[in-house]
Design a protein around this ligand. Structure first.
Ligand code: NAD
Length: 438
């Protein structure tokens, strides 16, 4: 099959590379010439484990190429995927569809024969119908169908998620479009990964409902963690105890500093707006958004307490700033709320992250970037674990404590224990939803 992928971000690039690995001919288009230049040189502009090698293999096989020129890339394609950003629109929480609609119009003008225009971006209910109208208006002669194909991959495990999905969701209006989509995903179909074929609206809703549910699960355990702290329970035990119940499941039950990232914050906000616009308020989701904000601010208070009531004049080492490990993505990361509060409170902040520096430098003014956790902790009053990168899961805690002016730790990912901290010589250790040591 000939596939065009518009947008080479976290979703578009992974999808394009994986489709080419299925054996399809894929042309990836991006309007950012710097990204395309890098891709043509064999370099991946984002950090995603395994992507560069998989990309190289498929470029070598002649199935994968990159361009900034949309029209020639669309010419002759059987499916054109739109995988551009849908960020939160400034001011009102709606998903900003400017990029999706602009791409749809460009595609319309470039169509030469029948193609399925597939929206992979996360878009509100009704968007695919709007895409159809935009294309038909821009090019009344165009022969096409639209399809909704939301993406569920997780950054940091994106290739595996794409190649071995829990399910693929496809929303279509015609048999012809369903057949094209089935051809594209046939390699997965043959390996018995479930493909859920629905109408357009249900496919669009599935994506928002899935993300809102996951954000709710995380927020639920974060709120339970706050109560655990007050009553002397251990949230890790509570998570284990409830997660073993098959109806609940053990995923997304790790207490932490609040959810962040490129999807949950914007998708929960967009769903809340969709509910309001349709006079069916999504009260649970609205509460989740509010509670998640509270969680992040509770973290700041926890750190302030560990600093004796003020950040002023303190040196604080922050380990991890990306919203989760194995990605360089900083969008809506908890660090973007927490670190500025430390800097603004008068602390000297040193930051270390295996992949976050490139993005983080512009987003976290006033911090000093350190090479490793031990250098970051030199003469520090507090070390904060904010992202659970593997390199922070196996720290030499004794060495770390020795470097510090006053060895205190806030372990906001519950990696270590009071015993670990005590043994290493820490004088204070706080975590989430478990008894600490002050
Ligand atoms: P991104 O910002 O990383 O990438 C978007 C890319 O599209 C950019 O490179 C941009 O230059 C390009 N672009 C924009 N308009 C264009 C145009 N007209 N022509 C060509 N290129 C254009 O975004 P992302 O994280 O990949 O997310 C894309 C969509 O997928 C969003 O709707 C998001 O909600 C959804 N999604 C993201 C994830 C994730 O983990 N990042 C997971 C599932 C779904």
């Amino acid at each position: 099959m000939r596939i065009t992928m518009i947008g080479t971000g976290y979703v578009g690039l992974v999808s394009g590379v994986c489709f080419s690995d299925f054996g399809h001919d894929v042309i990836c288009v991006d309007k950012d010439p710097k990204k395309i230049e890098m891709l043509k040189a064999g370099k991946v502009p984002i950090y995603e484990p395994g992507l560069e090698a998989l990309m190289a293999r498929n470029v070598e096989a002649g199935r994968l190429s990159f361009t900034t020129e949309l029209a020639p890339a669309v010419d002759g394609a059987e499916a054109v995927f739109i995988a551009v950003g849908t960020p939160t629109r400034r001011g009102d929480g709606h998903a900003d569809l400017t990029y999706v609609m602009a791409a749809a119009e460009e595609v319309a003008n470039a169509l030469t024969g029948y193609a399925v225009i597939v929206t992979k971006s996360t878009v509100p209910v009704g968007t695919n119908r709007r895409v159809k109208q935009v294309v038909a208006k821009a090019n009344p002669q165009a022969e096409f169908d639209v399809a909704s194909n939301p993406e569920f991959l997780r950054e940091g495990a994106a290739i595996d998620d794409f190649m071995k999905p829990d399910r693929v969701v496809v929303g279509v209006q015609t048999e012809r479009a369903a057949e094209v989509m089935a051809d594209i995903y046939r390699p997965l179909f043959l390996r018995e990964f479930p493909i859920v074929t629905t109408d357009l609206e249900s496919a669009e809703m599935i994506k928002y409902a899935a993300n809102a549910f996951l954000a709710t699960k995380i927020t639920f355990i974060n709120e339970i963690a706050a109560l655990c702290e007050r009553v002397g329970a251990d949230v890790k035990e509570v998570s284990k105890g409830i997660g073993l119940d098959g109806r609940i499941g053990n995923k997304f039950l790790h207490a932490g500093p609040g959810y962040g990232g490129s999807c949950f914050p914007k998708d929960t906000q967009a769903l809340a707006r969709i509910g309001q616009d349709n006079a069916v308020p999504q009260s649970i989701v609205e509460t989740v958004i509010r509670v998640n904000d509270t969680v992040k601010h509770r973290m700041i208070e926890k750190l302030r307490d560990l600093c004796g009531g003020t950040f002023n004049g303190k040196t604080i080492a922050v380990l991890g700033v990306t919203f989760k490990p194995n990605t360089d993505d900083m969008r809506d990361a908890p660090s973007l709320t927490i670190v500025p509060a430390l800097v603004g409170g008068g602390a000297k902040v040193r930051v270390v992250d295996p992949q976050g520096k490139r993005e983080g430098e512009g987003l976290l003014p006033g911090v000093v970037w350190a090479e490793d956790p031990y250098k970051a902790a030199q003469n520090a009053d507090l070390v904060v674990i904010l992202t659970e990168w593997n390199e922070f899961r196996a720290l030499d805690l004794k060495k770390l404590a020795k470097k510090m002016a006053s060895p205190r730790m806030a372990d906001l990912r519950n990696i270590y224990s009071v015993q670990d901290a005590k043994r290493a010589g820490f004088e204070a250790y706080e975590c989430i939803g478990r008894p600490g040591m002050a």
